[in-house]
Design a protein around this ligand. Sequence first.
Ligand code: FDA
Ligand code: PGT
Length: 452
Amino acid sequence: MKRAEYDVLIIGLGIAGASLAWKLSQSNLKVLAIDSKPWNRFGDKPCGDAISKEHFDNLGMPYPQGKELEEKVEGIKLYSPDMKTVWTVKGEGFEIDSPSYVQRLTKEARDRGVEILDLTTAMKPIIVGNKVEGAVLFNRRTNETIEAKAKITVDATGYSTSFRSKLPFEFPVTESLDDKDADVAYREVLNTKDEIDEYPYLRIFITQKASPGGYWWYFPKGPNKVNVGLGIQGGMGYPSIHEFYNKYVDYYAPDIDKNRLLVKGGALVPTRRPLATIVWDGIAVIGDSAFTVNPVHGGGKGSAMISAYCVGKAILNAFENNDFSAKGLWDANECYIERYGAKQASLDLFRRFLQRLSDDEINYGMNRKVIREEDLLEASTSGDLQLSTAEKAMRVIMALGKPSLLFKLKTVAEYMKKVKDVYKHFPEEPKDLIKWKHSVDSIILEFNKALE
Ligand code: FDA
Ligand code: PGT
C-alpha cells in the first residue's frame, strides 16, 4: 500500500470541496483533494444552478465568467397554486454552468499547489485514538490503494455523506438525515421552441398538488434554454418524482422542445438545520454533507461556499495554534451559524409550516397578502418572520371565517425567533454540545406538536 502525509485531505470536489481547495491554495498547507469522478465531471450534479450574487461578494469568491455564466438573473417570480397571484422578488444572481465553474476553481487550486486526484474514492477513515487522521483511498486511474494521513480531513461528499457516515457513532458529525427532512428533486435542461419571455427571471410555482412539500421551477439559462424541475418531500409515501414530472411538465413548461433534451437527473436535497457541529477531532464537514441547504428554497450552492469559507478559516487557525481537535476547529461553527446556520434553523420551522398548508390556504394567503412578498423575502434571507406581520396576518385570516392552519402564523413566528435565540447561545466548548442540541431538538418537537 502506498503511504502519503498531508496537512489537509478534502474528500469530494463539488462546489463545497472545490471552494475549500481554492481557498486553502492561498496558504502554505500541503493539501490533497480527491473525487470519485473523472476531472471532466467534477461539479456535475443535478441542480437548478441558481446562486445569488451576494454569496460571491460576501466570500470574495470569483464570479462565474465566460462559459461558466449561462445567464444573469434579475429576480424570481413566485406563482400561487391557482396562478392568480404572482410575486416578484428582485435580486441579482447567476445561472451557472456548474461543472465549468467547479473545474475552474479546482484548476486554479491545482496551479497554486493543491494536489488533485480524480477517479479516487475515500474508502474508509483512519482513526487513531478518537481522532480522524486521514482516509484509505482507492485510485481507479492507477489501481492503487493509498493510506493518506492528514491532520484534518474534510468531508465534502454531498448528500451521500459517504465518509462521515463511516465514522464511529461517538463522533457527533455522524448525525443522519430523517427522510421527511429532505426533498427528492429532479430536473431536465432543454432548449425551448421559442424565445422565453422575461428570461432573466427565475420562476417558482408553488403547488402542493403537482409537487407536495416542494415546488416546480422554471429557471431560464438564456433566451432559448431552460432548467425545469420539481422537488417533493421525502418519507411521505408519495408516488415517484418521475410520475409527477411526466404528469405536469407540459403545464409548467409548455414551450420546451422534448427532442432537444440536454441533461436530466435527480438527487436528494436536505431541507433542515445544519449538523449540530460541523467539526470534531481531526474532521470538518461542509456542503450538503453538513446539511447546509436553505430549508425553504432548497438552494445549497451559496451556503456550501459559506461552509467552505468558515472551515477554511478555522483550518488556518488550527494550524497556527497546532490544535486539530474539535476545540481547535470550533470557530468554524460560530462562523457558519452567524452567517447562515441560525437562519437555517429558523427556516427549518417555517418549512414544516409551509409543507402542511393546502393549496387553498396558500392561494388565500398570497392573494390577500397575509404575508407580503417583502416579508417572505425577509424571512428567507434573514430567517426572521416579524411578529407584527404575523399579528396583522391574524386580522386578515379572521375574515376567512373558517379554521385554517394560517391561524398558527403567530406561533410560527414565535418559534422561529425562539430557535434563533438558542443558536445565539451556541456552546463555547465542545463538551456542552449535547446539552445544547437537546434544547434545539426539544423546540422542534414542541413546534411539531403546536402545528398539529
Ligand atoms: P456535491 O454532491 O456537488 O459534491 C460531492 C462530491 O463528492 C461529488 O463530486 C462526489 O463524486 C464526491 N464524493 C462523494 N463521496 C466520495 C468519496 N467517498 N470519495 C471521493 N469522492 C466522493 N442549489 C442552488 O444553490 N441552486 C439551485 O438552483 C439548486 N437546485 C437544485 C436542484 C436539484 C434537482 C437538486 C438535487 C439540488 C439543487 N440545489 C440547488 C442544491 C445544490 O445542488 C447542492 O446544495 C450543492 O450542489 C451541494 O454541493 P456539494 O459540494 O456539497 O455536494
Ligand atoms: C417548502 C419546502 C420547500 C423545499 C424545497 C425543495 C425543492 C428543491 C429544489 C431545489 C431548487 C433550488 C432552487 C434554488 C433557488 C435559489 C433561490 C435564491 O437564490 O434565493 C435568494 C438567495 O437566498 P440565499 O439564502 O441563498 O441568500 C441570501 C443572501 O442573498 C445571502 O446573504 C433569495 O430569494 C428568495 O429567497 C426568494 C424566495 C424563494 C421562496 C421559495 C418558495 C417557498 C414557498 C413560499 C410559500 C409562500 C406562501 C405564503 C402564504 C402565507
